[in-house]
Write a protein that binds this ligand. Structure first.
Ligand code: NAD
Length: 496
């Protein structure tokens, strides 16, 4: 990537340059490197985008689902063809490694392909009636105009898993991506436009939280699908509830990996390290707490720590890199501050590397100032929180930092896993089927992995959190239609 890309908005079938504040997308690995520039959309653009989406909605809703799917399938093909190029742009803009960036673009293509096939699936249900000569049908209709508000950490896959089902089920969309990742948003919108999507069906507005607020408050919005932090999601849900608008909100997490006494330790070390450190720990499903049985803790932790200290941190576009930067200097500082506060509160850092790390991959002395122009790097860090009440055990840090607690036995491990306000995902490592079955009942999360890392989601099954990690119907798979449609119950008799 060399040239800086000019950002554009999509409103009612036209590409427009914004008239708001200047927008800059910069590489988190090289903050002096501009990825894309432009001007933000303004609140009047929200009015125009919602009006365009409303205008397009009736024809789009009436189009057969199979015909709507043609556009999604073609956009998926375009993304597949461009996966290497767009994956490199994603790695440069968001900071995950090149392999992860390419993988995410391919995932977005797969999601578009999956929802392209909605037309081949069940459109509703038919029920017996207590009355002779009658059947009861439950049919589904789109909500209308959906606002999609997305986070930075999966800049193309998460938008795809909101926009694809929204469109497949007959809604039109106004989309605001996260501030740090406008280029990948543009790339997804370009693929859908190039696939021939009719004017107004997808509208893209690039800009800050003010645009999101304007969308949430807009009387022309019929539903809101949001992914991001719990604080923002709850405030959006409260505003939407006051207007009676349905919300699907996927929120924060503090996901536990439980390593029990009978676990396969080779498997557990590899999977916990992947869950904690891949994508610099910036997956909502990343492992950020490890609960390990005392009887195997020393051996397990020695290996996890050795793995963490060996990971290559650096430029995400360098194929040797295993951990890229975190998204911003603000995020980096807040993580380093949380680690410092934790060690002040008695938490023991087990990893040898200082969390503050230079762009070269070399660790710096604790508290040393960073070279200007350096990337937002944080070293993979393991913190032993056993016997403490440190905030780092409960608060989402959203970086390559994992806490550890030693426990005694399965019951204590599961109780600790359930601690706290979140409930997105968890992983349990055991070779005992009975214990695995017990975990399914005992651990209160939206997703549970048995003997695999806490991260990972397939497009054909429900995705989303329990407790403070989610509100409203789940995403993906058949679950997506619960949010993106509402039902009409039809009592059907012959006319005679
Ligand atoms: P964020 O909450 O800061 O922002 C998310 C989006 O909301 C952005 O587009 C932002 O501009 C917009 N926004 C911010 N304030 C708003 C407001 N008042 N009204 C309307 N829109 C507003 O989140 P982020 O930093 O982009 O992403 C990280 C967070 O997202 C983490 O908490 C992570 O756990 C969560 N996340 C959750 C899932 C999940 O599926 N549960 C997936 C990915 C990320």
């Amino acid at each position: 990537m060399t040239a800086t890309v000019e950002l554009r908005h999509r409103i009612g079938g036209e590409w427009t340059l914004g008239s708001g504040e200047p927008v800059e997308s910069r590489s988190p690995a090289h903050p002096d490197r501009l990825i894309a520039t432009g001007r933000a959309a303004v609140v009047e653009d929200v009015d125009a985008a919602v009006a365009a989406a409303r205008l397009a909605a009736p024809d789009w809703a009436r189009m057969p689902a199979g015909s709507r799917g043609v556009f999604l399938r073609e956009a998926g093909r375009l993304l597949s063809d461009r996966a290497e190029v767009l994956g490199a742009e994603l790695a440069a803009e968001e900071g995950k490694t090149l392999a992860e960036g390419v993988g995410e673009v391919r995932r977005a293509a797969q999601i578009l392909e999956y929802f392209a096939s909605v037309g081949d699936r069940q459109a509703g249900t038919v029920h017996h009636s207590p009355r002779a000569g009658e059947r009861i049908l439950v049919t589904r209709k789109p909500l209308g105009v959906v606002a999609a508000i997305t986070p930075f950490n999966f800049p193309i896959a998460i938008p795809a898993w909101k926009i694809a089902p929204a469109l497949a089920y007959g809604n039109t969309v106004v989309w605001k991506p996260a501030g740090p990742v406008p280029l990948l948003a543009l790339r997804l919108a370009e693929a859908l436009v190039e696939a021939g999507l009719p004017a107004g069906v997808l509208n893209l507005l690039i800009g800050g939280a003010d645009l999101g607020s304007a969308m949430v408050a807009h009387p022309g919005i019929d539903g809101i699908t949001f992914t991001g932090s719990t604080t923002v999601g709850r405030s959006i849900a409260a505003l939407a509830a006051a207007r009676g608008v349905p919300v699907q909100a996927e929120l924060g997490g503090k996901n536990a990996a439980v390593v029990l006494a009978d676990a396969d330790l080779d498997l557990a070390v590899a999977q916990v390290a992947a869950g904690a450190f891949n994508s610099s720990g910036q997956k909502c499903t990343a492992t950020s707490r490890v609960i390990v049985d005392e009887s195997i803790a020393d051996g397990f932790l020695a290996r996890l720590v050795a793995r963490a200290d060996s990971l290559v941190v650096g430029d995400p576009l360098d194929p040797a890199t295993q951990i890229g930067p975190v998204i911003s200097d603000h995020a980096r500082r807040s993580m380093l501050g949380a680690v410092a506060a934790a060690t002040d509160a008695g938490v023991v850092r087990l990893t040898a590397r200082e969390p503050e790390i230079g762009a070269s991959g070399a660790s710096r002395a604790s508290g040393a100032s960073r070279a200007s122009g350096g990337g937002h790097f944080v070293a993979p860090t393991v913190l032993d929180c056993t016997g403490t009440e440190a905030a780092v055990w409960d608060d989402e840090l959203f970086g390559p930092i994992v806490g550890v607690k030693r426990v005694s036995g399965t019951a204590e491990a599961f109780a600790e896993a359930n601690r706290g306000e979140f409930g997105l995902t968890a992983a349990v490592f055991t070779r005992d089927l009975g214990t695995a079955l017990e975990a399914m009942d005992a651990i209160d999360t939206g997703i549970l992995h048995v003997n695999s890392e806490s991260a990972g989601a397939d497009p054909h099954v429900p995705f989303g959190g329990a407790k403070g990690s989610g509100l409203g119907p789940k995403e993906q798979g058949e679950a997506a239609q619960e949010f993106f449609t509402h039902t009409t119950t039809v009592y059907l008799r012959g006319g005679a």
